[in-house]
Design a protein around this ligand. Structure first.
Ligand code: ZN
Ligand code: ZN
Length: 308
């Protein structure tokens, strides 16, 4: 599992900092979170691959999170048979994309399935053979969703000692057991997979929460995440401005990282008021509040190791 941060900025794309968008790569598939103006530039620069894009998850309908969608959809239409795409997001995401397509009259060569948030939808927005994407409403000036990505459980470890004890010879029989099948020994004894496999192990877990006040749902989404991408828009001296505009400061983000016990926090959606030369000060502020926190950097790749 790898994440590619296409951009780390908020509000407007700057020549030194693109808008916040995140690609999660797992087993050859890409899952994109947000798509503000210029996201397709980041997709190309990072070689993230639009054909393998399976899901686009949108947090909210503010320009810096959704105006890049048409470009990404058109970019994907340039490859042959790219396969279906699922778009998940807030109410009206389907209307926004459908109307934009009609107005701009662009064609795409794949199906789009829309999944819009509604109060009676389950907390799982999407799932496939590799992962689940959970969502929860945040608190922003317009309806905004935060996301949590949970990799499916992995099979437990093969218990070699147990296998020895049961007289299972090394070789293909052990492989069958590891794949969940039952086997028969030469004397006819049946051995079931669960007799020699440990407990299933949890997969990796990520969070993506931007454009919000600090809330309970932010904490829930980030809970013990292996890596959390959290909004840290302002230095702490602008806390009041952050409250008025319903955004989070670096202090808010690091407090959440600590309370939610995340393994690593990457702070994103940085205000355009901070120039590239301000980054060391932002980084110092984040690190001094929480050593597991760091400021996001455009096009950085983050490898997420297994928890065990
Ligand atoms: Zn924003
Ligand atoms: Zn916003």
């Amino acid at each position: 599992m790898e994440c590619v941060l296409l951009g780390s900025g908020g509000m407007m794309p700057m020549h030194y900092r693109m808008l916040t968008a995140l690609v999660v790569r797992l087993k050859g598939c890409n899952y994109l979170f947000d798509s503000g103006e210029g996201t397709q530039i980041g997709m190309k620069a990072s070689k993230a691959g639009v054909k393998s894009l399976r899901v686009l998850a949108v947090t909210h309908l503010h320009a810096d999170h959704c105006l890049g969608i048409p470009g990404v959809l058109m970019l994907r239409a340039q490859v042959e048979n790219p396969g279906p795409l699922t778009i998940i997001g807030p109410p009206k995401i389907e209307q926004f994309i459908t109307q934009t397509r009609e107005t701009l009259d662009f064609t795409i060569n794949y199906n789009i399935e829309f999944i819009e948030w509604s109060p009676d939808h389950s907390e799982i927005a999407y799932q496939d053979e590799s992962l689940k994407i959970l969502w929860a409403p945040l608190k922003h000036s317009t309806f905004c969703l935060g996301y949590r990505i949970e990799e499916n459980h992995r099979p437990g470890r093969f218990l070699v000692e147990q296998a020895e004890k049961l007289g299972i010879p090394p070789g293909p029989l052990r492989g069958m057991l590891q794949r969940g099948q039952s086997i028969h020994l030469d004397d006819g004894t049946e051995i079931r997979s669960e007799q020699v496999m440990g407990e299933p192990r949890r997969g990796r877990c990520l969070a993506y929460v931007v454009d919000t006040e600090p809330t309970e749902n932010v904490l829930r989404l980030c809970d013990r995440a292996d890596m959390a991408f959290i909004e840290g828009m302002y230095l702490p001296d602008l806390e009041q401005e952050a409250r008025i505009k319903q955004h989070m400061t670096i202090d808010d983000a690091t407090r959440i990282a600590i309370s939610a016990n995340v393994h690593q926090a990457v702070l994103v959606h940085i205000s355009p008021r901070y120039k590239a030369s301000d980054l060391p000060e932002l980084e110092k502020t984040a690190k001094s509040a929480c050593e597991k926190a760091e400021m996001g950097i455009d096009l950085n790749r983050y490898h997420i190791p297994f928890p065990d």
